[in-house]
Every structure is written in C-alpha cells, then in structure tokens.
Design a protein around this ligand. Structure first.
Ligand code: NAP
Length: 240
C-alpha cells in the first residue's frame, strides 16, 4: 500500500462535527485516526470515509481512560512516527442547570473529557506533532467560554479552561512548525445541540458538513495563524 499523505487524529469521530470533519479530512487526502467510545458510530464514519475514497484507523476508547491516551501516542509513533493534524473535537455538554445543582458526577465528566483528556492528549502527542513538517492542532470551543450564560456554567467553564490550554500550547509552539488554534462552530445541527435546545427547529442550523471545510482549512499546512479563535459564522460571511 502507498504511504498515506497527512495523518489526522479526530476525537469524537462517531457522530456530529467529528464525523463530518473526519470524512472531509479523508477526502482531502488524510489518513484519519478515529477516536470515540461507540464502535458502531466509528464504523459508520469508516464507511463514509471509504465512500469518500479515504482510509481510516478506528480507535474505540473512552477519553476518561487517560493511560489509553498515553498508549495512543505510543501506537501512532510506532506506526507513523509523526502526527500532522489533531482535531480535538470530542466534548460533553453535562446538564444545563444552576451551578448550585450541578451533579458532581457530571462535573467530573465535564472536567475529564473537555479539559483533562485534551491536556493528556497534548502530553502524549506533542513529540509526534513536532515531528510533522506542519503539525496542526484545532480545539473546539463554544461562545459560552467567553460569554457565560445562566445554567451553562459547567460546560462554559470547561470550554474556558480548554481555550486557556489551547492558547498556552500555541504560545509554546510559536517557535516550532506546529500551529494551534481554536474553532467556535456556533450552534450546529448535532445530537449535542438537540439535547441543549430540544425546542429548536434544527433545520435552521448549519450542519456539521457545512463546517467541515473550515476545519480542513485550519488543519492544513497553509494555515499559518497561531493562537487564533475562529468563529464559523464570521469565516462564512466574507466567503458567502
Ligand atoms: P456530539 O454529536 O454529542 O458528539 C460528541 C462526540 O464526542 C461523539 O463522537 C462522542 O462519541 C465523543 N465523546 C464524548 N464523550 C466521550 C468520551 N468519554 N470518550 C470518547 N469520546 C467521547 O457533539 P457535537 O455537537 O458534534 O460536538 C462536537 C464539539 O463541538 C464538542 O466539543 C462541542 O462542545 C462543540 N460544540 C458544539 C456545538 C453545537 O451546537 N453542536 C456548538 C459549539 C461547540 P461517543 O459518545 O461515541 O464516545
């Protein structure tokens, strides 16, 4: 088999924004490494990747299993010796509730999945990203990280911490070939959005497939900006 082009790791690839990003990255010539817990969802993404002419490696794991994240970096190193694109997309919403009523278990999950797993992945993947000719990292945040709203506190504070993590890593990578940025997709037609806003008509929202081209662009070697937050809606305006 011919050597693949760029290697991309996508977390949260079993549905939603992660799935659409994986398919678009594969169509753009990446071999995609797909991470999520739901094997059936990963297999469906794999089918879409193949239909787009690409190839995937499936890695079913729980991002709360931090030692598995260490092993993931080691496996990628053994197989390819580098990682060219890391789409740090997986996230959980928790529950919309007053902070005083935030379920301690859901709070632990928000911190583990939205923050700690990403810090542990950076620890595991940093040497691989630096080994790439143009390592690119893209974290997915949300408007509430910078504009807190009542009842969104657990999710909002986890995304604020994630943005701080991303900007710190961007600063540390400034003198290397690695570029680290943040995407705010805005309200998007996915399972997470439906849970957050059950009364909303999803047809009014952009789809993950609408957002995927921006993700491919921000993970490409041509994307030279570092430490930037890009809002999908602002990116779309000049183009559309
Ligand atoms: P989604 O449809 O709920 O998908 C979330 C993905 O994360 C799934 O693939 C899920 O896979 C994975 N995931 C969750 N917990 C995991 C765990 N413990 N281990 C491994 N994988 C896990 O959500 P989405 O709307 O596509 O969201 C993607 C990102 O965009 C998130 O970071 C979200 O915060 C952000 N975002 C979304 C919106 C929106 O309106 N949709 C707006 C702003 C920001 P499994 O369940 O199979 O593990």
């Amino acid at each position: 088999m011919a050597e693949p082009g760029r290697i991309a790791l996508v977390t949260g690839a079993s549905r939603g924004i992660g799935r659409a990003a994986a398919v678009a990255l594969a169509a753009a010539g990446h071999h995609v490494v797909l991470v999520a817990r739901t094997v059936g969802g990963l297999e469906e993404t794999d089918d879409l990747v193949r239909a787009a002419g690409g190839s995937a490696t499936l890695v079913p794991l729980d991002l709360k299993d931090f030692t598995a994240l260490d092993r993931l970096g080691a496996s990628l190193f053994e197989r390819w010796g580098r990682l060219d694109a890391f789409f740090a997309n997986a996230g959980v919403l928790g529950a919309l509730s007053p902070l005083a009523h935030l379920d301690p278990k859901l709070l632990d999950e928000l911190v583990a999945v939205n923050i700690t797993a990403n810090a542990r992945l950076i620890r595991s993947l940093d040497p691989l990203l630096r080994a790439s000719e143009a390592g690119r990292v893209l974290f997915v945040s949300s408007s509430v990280a910078r504009k807190p709203r009542a009842f969104w506190g657990g999710y909002a504070m986890s995304k604020a911490a994630l943005e701080s993590l991303a900007l710190t890593y961007a600063a540390e990578c400034a003198a290397t070939g690695v570029r680290v940025n943040i995407l705010n997709p805005g309200a998007t037609h996915t399972a997470m959005r439906a849970r957050a806003m059950p009364g909303e008509d999803p047809v009014t929202l952009p789809t993950p497939e609408d957002i995927a081209p921006l993700i491919v662009e921000m993970l490409s070697p041509e994307w030279e900006k570092n430490g930037e937050l890009v809002n999908y809606r602002e990116w779309k305006l000049p183009a559309g």
